[in-house]
Design a protein around this ligand. Sequence first.
Ligand code: ADP
Ligand code: ADP
Length: 227
Amino acid sequence: MDIITVQHLTKVYGTGPAATRALDDVSFSIAEGEYVAIVGSSGSGKSTLLHLMGGVDRPTSGTVLLNGADVYARSDEELAVFRRREVGLVYQFYNLIPVLNVVENMTLPVSLDGRPVNEARLASLLASLGLEGREGHLPNQLSGGQQQRVAIGRALMNAPAVVLADEPTGNLDSKNSREIMALLRASNKEMGQTLVVITHDEDIALSADRIIAIEDGRVARDERIRR
Ligand code: ADP
Ligand code: ADP
């Protein structure tokens, strides 16, 4: 079954002569549980595409279906709830809140929704992410690899069907990169979570089920990796 359907997605930033067509009529589908790498040169439109799959921005035209539901038929308020509950977002520079500790950062999307924290899930995530004993630490008291683990914890807290990661290892050394990818892969393999990762790392791209290459706002290649 397809979990994500990108339909004729176009994104133009700005207006008039300064306008940039970041995405130009992009369409494809991603199956439930699939692990997709998105590659392409800088400025080709990868982040714009990922953000639009996650309800972070609105398209100029076209839309995205998640589990058959039109993401952009939602109001801005509904879209904020969608981002917190339905998808997990992971960024290159972690995007943690500096004044919140590990647990507060991980549970932020839940607290913003005014819902109770699933303590059992929090404990199991802290353990699997190797963050036990760090619960009260602030981001600046953690290494980059640890900060990215917290960001992954925040993304996984609501057990979203889809995890969207924008160069999650772009700021990490090779050992931490491998560990972070292994953590993202574990929940893809074990829970059938769909994983979409933007990467410049060829080894990571080749570890995916499928590589979508974006050039000048269009899909230049879409290949399944044969094993
Ligand atoms: P990539 O992730 O492949 O580097 P982006 O999606 O970030 O590409 O950017 C695609 C194009 O859109 C680039 O030309 C970029 O400069 C432009 N762009 C991205 N975000 C914005 C924005 N918020 N305002 C204006 N232009 C933007
Ligand atoms: P905004 O008020 O800017 O719309 P949100 O309410 O969507 O922000 O999110 C607030 C904070 O929670 C942000 O720092 C964001 O990075 C984080 N966050 C929200 N949803 C998710 C998610 N699905 N995965 C990871 N982090 C999230």
